[in-house]
Design a protein around this ligand. Sequence first.
Ligand code: ADP
Ligand code: MG
Length: 263
Amino acid sequence: MSAVSPEAAVLPSLEVSGLSKAFGGVQAVKDVSFAVAEGELLALIGPNGAGKSTCFNMLNGQIRPDRGSVKLSGEELVGRSPAQIWRRGVGRTFQITATFPSMTVAENVAMVLMSQKRELFSFTKRAVNRHRDKAIALLDMVGMAQQADRPCGFLAYGDLKRVELAVALGNEPRVLLMDEPTAGMAPRERVALMGLAARLAHELGVAVLFTEHDMDIVFSHADRIIVLSRGELIAEGNADEIRSNPLVLKTYLGEGQVYGRKE
Ligand code: ADP
Ligand code: MG
């Protein structure tokens, strides 16, 4: 991983302004504006139903906003398809639903790399092997190179999530969107994955936006935090500022069942 220069670290990579979306009578997201800088790990937090996933879905083109703008290094993304947005370098971690349990980790990653390059028509074992070096390099970034030759079917859930991240990195994203990336993971795996996301931001200069319910993880890994409540941004700041923000305490952290919630 190469270090990002200090100048690059302050450039806004993704700029969101006035983003709004209603579903019928529900104003899911209301006039939301924020920016994520290169090399920054920004957490978007808020109670269930606050509009976090709707925000993510508008950023990557799955949902078209009613109003507002999403700019990637100055270029408007609203109106573009998810595929176009993805090709411009906005990555998203997805559940790998199409992993072949009997194929190895490296083969699975190589296959996704091929499908990203639209080479699946030439999908043969030999073609997959051509992408092995790139697959191994990506797996190395997420600490999975040593398991490259294990069948995917033997992986622990947390390790599959790392593989998923390796695949997202294969697209060389400038922005990485992670909507509850640690859902379903054991506490130790959660901390490890967020630590990895922080390294990707800080060492590769990727702008990372993530949601996470575990406030201990958010407070220990996020560079900055924004808080959504009923579709509106109600606070922005570092961990100390958010912890002591009266409005956040009242609308979110005050709900004891959410703060420090463990599944
Ligand atoms: P979060 O991710 O913060 O839990 P969501 O963005 O999923 O919140 O949901 C925000 C609000 O929008 C909720 O009231 C939810 O019920 C509603 N909502 C989300 N998606 C849809 C949809 N496709 N159709 C109708 N209502 C939706
Ligand atoms: Mg959600």
